[in-house]
Design a protein around this ligand. Sequence first.
Ligand code: IDP
Ligand code: MG
Length: 153
Amino acid sequence: MAAITERTFIAIKPDGVQRRLVGEIIRRFERKGFKLVAMKLTHASEDLLREHYIDLKERPFYAGLVQYMHSGPVVAMVWEGLNVIKTGRVMLGETNPMDSKPGTIRGDLCVQVGRNIIHGSDSLESAEAEINLWFTPEELVDYRSCAHEWIYE
Ligand code: IDP
Ligand code: MG
């Protein structure tokens, strides 16, 4: 059974930060009912970004992708909730904004695949690995949401 305590790693990429979309994106996750567990504005090192995208290292866009992600600060976050990994990906839209439906973050707020403003983990394994890569255990804040009973039966 899916867990209410499932967690995913979400990052607003440098273009999302520069385009002042941080509030808009956080708002969508908050309004949905997911719980914010960790958040920081950080200029990630190239080493961290290379590791984050290690599965794509053979792709022709890998070097450009690392540069893009290193071009400014990102907002790194952990969100928690029932099925948050899969639902988060649905909220993001498709990798290419051209294929993303209106109503999704990429469908509404960006145009090109190389500037698609947001990252979200795609599986339980990648979520765990990404959370551990970007955050220390102490940075994951343990608290009870006062809305919990109004979101879950
Ligand atoms: P995802 O972000 O939807 O999980 P992935 O296939 O994991 O998509 O690719 C990671 C990131 O690499 C994308 O979000 C996008 O920023 C970038 N990317 C993917 N495909 C291309 C491409 O064809 N050209 C340029 N950048 C790409
Ligand atoms: Mg991916």
